[in-house]
Design a protein around this ligand. Structure first.
Ligand SMILES: [Zn+2]
Length: 335
């Protein structure tokens, strides 16, 4: 833990400086240049950030079945969902953000990380939903020196999710025979910053997005915001855990992500080949506002479901919308 959450060691700072005289100069000059540039214009800051940092990132996206059953007919071609994980890496080390749900996808994730040739130091988990951390044990077995970390609230949520009773009653019926046989929880991160080859990775507390106590991870040097499930890409939001207050909290979470002025925004759930554009912040905001408006002018779950589908006909995973509609209109009997 201490190696993950403490400031860069003298060794790593020296290593950055030794990587090249020019790089050292840019790094030392940046503190006086970047802040005024940031105030004056985001693009300028990002361009400088890209030159300064040796970090890169890549995504792995896997498609799976929706967790919601009994969805009204008519959108079968869109009845799937993806999960996306991010590998941030430097010259030698790497940090993985989130994992997958099933044992098969977890094995494929492990192969992908191994094939990167990088030394995995840390796995950061953004929030306490099983589709983002069930693969932890497999990764940690292969990389015994890596630490899985999350905020204290996320760790507590994960410990609840992996209780045998919850696995039996919630996850196993939805994904029979597909879950990894061994599950584990991350450790609690100390502070809100950890480091990859001397570069900052900052935890951003988002509050309630598709579940409570969600977080994003921000890498300032490359303008990369990994939103957890704060931002969705062309996928129906999972609003089944959200009342009006929680939806308002989610809107504030989007403001927080936007205030970072990220160049890249990774969505936890999206299309098969996600563009990771910041535009998905606004599109997620619009979906939340549309849902609020549709809740106000409908009285049944099916009416709410259809009203939202007419506004967002092409988003994948209508099951997520169906679960949200039933949660928002619980007094109505459903077929
Ligand atoms: Zn999720």
């Amino acid at each position: 833990m201490s190696t993950n959450s403490s400031p860069p060691t003298r060794r790593s700072v020296l290593k950055i400086a030794a990587a090249g005289g020019a790089l050292g100069l840019i790094t030392s000059a940046s503190s006086s240049i970047v802040n005024p540039a940031r105030a004056a214009g985001v693009a300028d800051h990002i361009a400088k950030g890209k030159r300064m940092s040796g970090l890169e990132w890549k995504l792995l996206t896997k498609k799976r079945m929706s967790a919601t059953q009994g969805v009204p007919p008519g959108k079968e071609d869109l009845a799937w969902v993806t999960n996306t994980v991010t590998l941030i890496h430097g010259q030698r080390d790497a940090v993985l953000v989130d994992t997958f749900l099933s044992e098969q996808h977890s094995k494929e994730l492990l192969d992908w990380v191994v094939a990167s040739g990088k030394n995995l130091t840390t796995i950061y988990v953004t929030h306490g939903h099983g589709d983002h951390f069930f693969g932890l044990k497999l990764l940690l077995d292969k990389f015994p020196n890596a630490k899985a970390i999350a905020t204290a609230s996320v760790v507590a949520a994960i410990q609840d999710q992996i209780k045998p009773e919850y696995i039996r009653s919630f996850w196993e019926p939805r994904f029979p025979g597909q879950l990894p046989s061994q599950l584990t929880a991350p450790e609690v991160i100390k502070g809100d910053t950890f480091y990859l080859e001397g570069e900052e990775l900052k935890v951003v507390e988002l509050g309630h997005t598709d579940t409570s106590h969600s977080t994003a991870l921000y890498v300032p040097s490359i303008g990369l915001a990994i939103s957890g499930d704060g931002v969705y890409n062309n996928t129906h939001l999972y609003l089944a855990e959200c009342d009006q207050a929680a939806r308002d909290e989610w809107l504030r979470a989007l403001d927080k992500i936007e205030a970072l002025h990220p160049q890249t925004v990774v969505a936890g759930h999206g299309v098969l080949d996600p563009d990771s554009s910041p535009r998905h912040i606004e599109e997620t905001r619009r979906y939340l506002r549309d849902f609020d408006a549709c809740v106000g002018r409908t009285s049944t779950a099916i009416a709410l479901y259809k009203a939202m589908l007419s506004l967002h006909p092409n988003r994948v995973n209508p099951g997520s919308l169906w679960a949200a509609a039933k949660a928002a209109k619980p007094s109505q009997k459903q077929p």
